[in-house]
Design a protein around this ligand. Sequence first.
Ligand code: NAD
Length: 246
Amino acid sequence: MGRLDGKVFVLSAAGQGIGKAVALMAAKEGAKVIATDVNGELLKQLEGVPGIQTQVLDVLNKQEIEKFANSLDSVDVLFNCAGFVHHGTLLDCAEKDWDFSFNLNVKSVYTMCSYFVPKLIAQGRGGSIINMASVVSSIKGAPNRLVYGATKAAVIGLNKSLAVDFVQHKIRFNTICPGTVDTPSLRDRMAAQGDPEQAYKDFIARQKLGRLGTPDEIAYLVVYLASDESNFVTGQDFIIDGGWSI
Ligand code: NAD
């Protein structure tokens, strides 16, 4: 028996990194997974995996989200994973950078929830929404993460508001707050720095456990929050950061 048997599990940003690991693990645990991403090429790697159905979806596009939500008969779990890491301080963050990060990291959560929460209410059997934050947020500052930290703090606040407003419908909302996780975009960020080897060492040095996290380690937490094992858990922020924030 799988821990997510019988659940319909929708997620964004399933094409690579944490989202991909979550899609694969949720399917293994028995969920019917609808794995979405803006990048159809990346989604091809998930095609044909038992329990996974793929769908191109841009979480910045309200009309696409509405059409997608309306196309689903049923949903139990929504994992809002899409996000972008802008590199820089206030002095590097133009208004367009601010707006892009807030649109992708925060407004997309609002838009997805505005179509999926009414669906969950109408179904009348509760549900679990998991929102991707970061330990770099209201929990911790990090250099060169001005707008990123601001967006992820906003996700934490948004999540708590949603949790308190819909608790009577048994819809649970929790955030996950990872430290540094070894994903393709992290590798790109290292490569973009002058000395990628030094960048790798610097990223590792932040985690007191002395290594990067793996996408699977984050997926285990998401599966727990999606499953009925966490039915008494809502409105919380789950730090999973190799001890960075101790
Ligand atoms: P990633 O950055 O490697 O991949 C992101 C995925 O999002 C890609 O598949 C991309 O196509 C998709 N995407 C981008 N724009 C999109 C859009 N408009 N609509 C739908 N999909 C879109 O993935 P990652 O590093 O695993 O990060 C996933 C999430 O986890 C992000 O929200 C990130 O902020 C958060 N996070 C990551 C880390 C880390 O160290 N990797 C740490 C904390 C939080």
